[in-house]
Design a binder for this molecule. Structure first.
Ligand code: PRP
Ligand code: URA
Length: 222
């Protein structure tokens, strides 16, 4: 029996992609993919996976030493050195955010609203609200689906070029090779964390095998 590591594995084909093979994450992902899974369970599983992935991808966050008074004596401890900002892409990114906030309740949450035009598959931006000092700490871009990569690349451009976010990572649930390659070209220093590198996009731009329309499945708007 081969033991899978809790750490994400770097993809051989795509050096900017890290894949979580952890059996608990893969079990939950399979339940999410199931077409019979309804929105309440879908949301719960998605948030659980997001929290598990965040726990590992936040390993590089810096801490600073502080003193703390226990009921017994004064001792040394530490706290996160910089403010953390989560940036879900509306709408589906919201479906992973609570799971991460359960791990780090002090995180700020910015929002980028962008949807994919059904015909052209191009991203259409409609909303952006971010902390003005977002670049003071790590930023996590959140969207369960990385398909063509248009939406994520647009959001990463806003964060890196308009808001100077130097410590930017992205987390998604499933990624298509097309999207991973677009991120590699457009944002070479952006690492993407995922539970699965899926096969490809079909003629409608859906990830195969994927899980369908993430926003509709999260919010019950099928
Ligand atoms: C989905 C998904 C991503 C985007 C991925 O959002 O949540 O944001 O598609 O596709 P891409 O990589 O080809 O850009 P959608 O456009 O369905 O909007 P919604 O979340 O508001 O439903
Ligand atoms: N957006 C989704 O929600 N699902 C896909 O498969 C592709 C884009």
């Amino acid at each position: 029996m081969m033991t899978k590591t809790t750490m994400p594995i770097q993809s051989k084909e795509h050096p900017n992609l890290w894949i979580f093979e952890h059996p608990v994450i893969q079990d939950k992902l399979t339940r999410i993919r199931n077409r019979e899974t309804q929105h309440a369970q879908f949301r719960r599983l998605l948030n659980e996976i997001a929290g598990l992935m965040f726990f590992q991808l936040s390993r590089h966050y810096q801490t600073k030493n502080i003193k703390v008074e226990t009921p017994v004596e004064r001792t040394e401890g530490c706290q996160l050195a910089h403010p953390i900002t989560l940036v879900p892409i509306l709408r589906a990114g919201v479906g992973m955010t609570d799971g991460i906030l359960a791990m780090i309740p002090d995180a700020r949450v910015g929002h980028i609203g962008v949807y994919r035009d059904e015909e052209t598959k191009q991203p259409v931006p409609y909303y952006c609200k971010l902390p003005s000092d977002i670049s003071d700490g790590p930023v996590l871009l959140i969207d369960p689906m990385l398909a063509t990569g248009g939406s994520a690349s647009y959001a990463a451009t806003v964060l890196q070029e308009e808001y100077n976010c130097n410590d930017l990572q992205m987390v998604c649930l499933v990624a298509a090779p097309e999207g991973v390659e677009k991120i590699q070209v457009d944002h070479p220093d952006l690492l993407v964390y995922t539970a699965s590198l899926d096969r490809w996009l079909n003629e409608h731009g859906y990830i195969c095998p994927g899980l369908g329309d993430a926003g509709d499945r999260i919010f019950g708007t099928l």
